[in-house]
Design a protein around this ligand. Sequence first.
Ligand code: GDP
Length: 303
Amino acid sequence: MRVVCLSGGVGGAKLARGLQDALAPGELTVIGNVGDDVCALGLHVSPDLDSVLYALAGLNDEERGWGRADETWRALESAREWGGEGWFQLGDLDLGLHLVRTQSLRAGEPLSSVTARLTASAGLATSLLPATDDRLRTSVVTPAGSFPFQEWFVSRRHEDEVDAMRFEGADAAAAAPGVVEAIADATAIVVAPSNPYTSIHPILAVRAIREAVVARSVRSVAVSPLIGGRAVKGPLHRMLSRMAGGTSPAHVAACYEGLIDALVIDRSDAPAAAAVPLVVADTLMSSGDDARRLAATVLEATV
Ligand code: GDP
């Protein structure tokens, strides 16, 4: 098989790891969101790509849900003590990656090429591709004004209600090398259980990527990020209620109109009807085994 998975950070990374475990080496390509990328302490941080990279390499902290296992925070403490910005959580081990990435980007290397070197360093056979090498940044429109994604998510603790999302730079952004080819060559497309608004729509905002998915001749299957009508973590159910009018499987499916052929939903959300056929499964991934089982169900649904 040649499976392409569109993924955000935390929820997406768990399924990406399950897919990697369920497939033969080299059969998986993950296309990651870069709309959340941020500059912190002068470093280029790609939180979603890094969540996927860490999960695929088995370096992620399963309990915290983001960042690296066995992390320490001394560099950030020191930065704060010296009067530096400390709003964005960066652990010591994590910082090492951001230093390497930032140095390469400043030397003119594209993000996709840096990311390929990082996955190779981690010994991964899976390909991890940023949606674009161009600057694409998500901003969040709220009643209190518009905010860059991380300012809304981290500094304002995603407490403002969301009226709309904007993907700045998306109109001019080209898909990163290999992205459109991977989608066109795929035998299956999977949309991970990520937040559609903050993680998947910024990927699909790159016109060539959306067009490649729309033009597919293979099945595309999404996994709902809701369990019992609520996000496992984060603001998605509030966003869906306000922007889509509800939190049923139909509302999730409507986020991917024309882009999916089936939606895998959690047992707690059935029965319901939606624009695409629903596949009922246990979708909470509390362990690697859960993720592998869910990946197997998703792959079956793509046949
Ligand atoms: P972010 O970019 O780090 O916010 O990560 P994602 O968008 O990839 O993930 C956030 C979404 O993942 C939330 O809406 C959660 O509901 C969903 N999520 C997290 N863990 C799980 C899980 O185990 N199962 C399912 N179905 N969804 C999950």
